[in-house]
Design a protein around this ligand. Structure first.
Ligand code: SF4
Length: 618
């Protein structure tokens, strides 16, 4: 019986069966006999999350544009579907062909957050494959992974054959071409991986030996078998010349971001010291407004969405924004398409820009001051004053907004209880600003939502050296903040501190965590990012079983000279720069953004000569 026929009775018994059937508008179906490479593009989370991710859409489109490659989507099944699949021995399959992915040439995971790691293991197991790389002997399938977490992939080193560092558009195709040669010439998997390690941006963990000191820190990372001593991430030099999807797969069910998405720029000029994305995606590269307007028109023609989102790490820093909106507003207004700007920075939204976006979007406005006091905002290099925050809110209120969402973090390095109370004070000032405005919208109140997450120190940031607060300290700070909220117009939302600790452990972990990860998964951990599935107790048992202490990874300060598990990986920004930035944080000294003045972080070296000139290369 075909897998499709075996699936049918099961789908009647699970929630949201449309997650598991494929066949959506714009999904790509090819004749398997006419392609030479089958690629399973896996997102280790539920369909609704993975289908919302722009990187998945880009890689899906780039691969499927090639006639010799068939790329299919694979998402993690929810608990009810997983139970049915295991009960009926249905292996993990690609959504386009409904064929088992164990028979594909590549299985590629997108690693967007650390809490997906157990789900990676679970998906390999559901596919019917051994989870450990060394136990998968044949050339196919090659298990690879990329995305931001690949900047310290060590906790997954025993499971994944190779990692792609940086941007995947070009290197994915280079890996596939090498694989075609490997198939033709009957290479072993080891031979393929050895040769792949010489493609810039490709990291093969089995080709590096890691030794440790008695105090538990890394002593040395030694390349083996001719592998490069340092692996440097890949970047796309010119975003206007790289392929962007002409269509998106349109889901049958609601997903988190069900809209067209444009990527207006990559990288960020800011350098907020806690923000990993702000450092690992450097340098900044803009797309031209004409390219973006063309992409938006394509997507609206093929996908029928009534909303288009202009995404990037800080969209209001995109120099072409007003020009782009000038090009897009006439046709989007005519077609009643909403333009969404999800990552606005508070200080540089001009009133013209506010007026432009208010034409199409009247829902809540979100800003991220991150810290409640000026001293702490300076320490984290969030170059933002209270007056800038309040005047932007005033401008937003004048344009008709009545709901503001403010993102903050607690547990930031150098933070005191005064800084924590400052979060409530700042939210109160936003409320007061609304009520003091003579021209405030009549009959309407204001709603300020304060969303508070816990700081997680991440590799390749100036705070990679810092200890994370313990859960007890974080809970104390949460209580302190609540005690200072005085208005019912302010609501406070928290993130769970236990998951933040696990995130900190995995983010800066080494490969000794691989057995811990496997034990936690075997004990039932998967979909750890979902509160209903997460169990810190299960993880603590796994740490104890392997004699490792999570506090060593999460709550320990690192010396500037320590060899870290990612010391052999290079994301452009130099360690010297990160150390200098860390020292400046402790003096609450700020660093200007890349457009004001280049601070020589090192990322400019990622450009090859003769290419586009970013702020780094005037
Ligand atoms: S090299 Fe200069 S301009 Fe380029 S990302 Fe680094 S600090 Fe910014």
């Amino acid at each position: 019986m075909s897998l499709e026929a075996r699936l049918e009775p099961i789908l009647e018994q699970v929630q949201k069966p449309a997650r598991y059937i494929g066949g959506e508008l714009n999904s790509v179906v090819k004749d398997p006999s006419r392609v030479s490479v089958r690629y399973a593009l896996c997102f280790p989370d539920l369909y609704e999350i993975g289908m919302s991710h722009l990187g998945m859409k880009i890689l899906y489109s780039i691969k499927n544009k090639r006639e010799d490659i068939w790329c299919e989507r694979v998402f993690a099944p929810a608990a009810d579907m997983e139970a049915k699949m295991r009960e009926h021995q249905i292996p993990l399959y690609g959504l386009e062909s409904l064929e088992p992915i164990a028979g594909f040439d590549f299985i590629g995971f997108s690693l967007q957050y650390e809490l997906c790691y157990t789900t990676v293991l679970n998906m390999l197991d559901l596919a019917g494959l051994p989870v450990r790389s060394k136990d998968r002997k044949s050339l196919a399938p090659i298990v690879m992974a990329g995305g931001p977490c690949a900047c310290n992939p060590e906790p997954l080193a025993d499971f994944v054959d190779l990692f792609v560092l940086g941007e995947g558009e070009e290197v994915n195709l280079e890996l596939i071409d090498l694989y075609k040669q490997a198939k033709e010439e009957h290479w072993s998997k080891e031979e393929y991986l050895r040769r792949a390690s010489h493609i810039p941006g490709v990291y093969v963990p089995s080709l590096y030996q890691v030794t440790y000191r008695e105090d538990g820190t890394v002593r040395e990372i030694v390349p083996l078998d001719g592998a490069p001593a340092r692996v440097t991430k890949r970047i796309i030099q010119n975003l206007d010349r790289v392929e962007f999807p002409e269509s998106f797969v349109v889901p049958f069910i609601d997903i988190v971001h069900d809209r067209s998405m444009l990527e207006v720029q990559r990288g960020c000029i800011r350098g907020c010291r806690f923000c990993q994305a702000g450092f690992i995606y450097r340098p900044i590269r803009d797309k031209r407004p004409e390219t973006l307007n063309r992409d938006a028109l394509n997507l609206s023609r093929t996908s029928g969405y009534d909303e288009v989102s202009l995404t990037s790490l800080s969209t209001s820093d995109y120099l072409g924004l007003e020009e782009l909106l000038d090009q897009m507003l006439p046709w989007t207004e005519e077609q009643q398409i909403n333009i969404a700007l999800p990552s606005l920075r508070i200080d540089n939204c001009s009133e013209k820009l506010m007026a432009q976006i208010a034409k199409v979007r009247k829902s809540g406005l979100t800003f991220a001051p991150e810290a409640g006091t000026q001293r702490l905002r300076d320490a984290i290099n969030k170059n933002l004053t209270e007056e800038e925050i309040l005047s932007t809110c005033r401008a937003a209120f004048r344009s008709g907004y009545t709901a503001v969402k403010l993102y903050f973090m607690i547990g930031l390095p150098t933070e005191t209880m005064e800084d924590v109370a400052g979060i409530a004070d700042l939210a109160q000032k936003v409320v007061d600003t609304f009520y003091r405005m003579p021209e405030k919208p009549k009959g309407k109140g204001v709603q300020v939502t304060v969303s508070v997450s816990c700081f997680v120190p991440k590799p390749f940031t100036p705070f990679e050296f810092e200890p994370q607060d313990t859960p007890e300290q974080l809970r104390e700070k949460q209580k302190h903040l609540l005690a200072h909220v005085r208005s019912r117009k302010i609501s406070v939302k928290y993130h769970d501190s236990d998951t933040s600790v696990l995130e900190a452990v995995l983010a800066r972990g080494d490969r000794r965590l691989c057995p811990v990860l496997e034990s936690a998964w075997r004990a039932g951990s998967r979909l750890d990012g979902w509160g209903e599935h997460f169990s810190m107790e299960r993880w603590n048992q796994a740490f104890a079983q392997h004699g490792l202490d999570p506090a060593f990874y999460a709550h320990r300060r690192r010396d500037y000279g320590e060899v870290v598990p990612w010391s052999h990986l290079d994301y452009g920004v130099s360690r010297r720069f990160l150390i200098a930035e860390n020292k400046k944080a402790w003096k609450s000294a700020v660093t200007p953004n890349c457009r004001e003045r280049c601070s020589g972080c090192g990322a400019a070296a990622l450009y090859s000569d003769g290419e586009v000139k970013p702020p780094c290369k005037k």
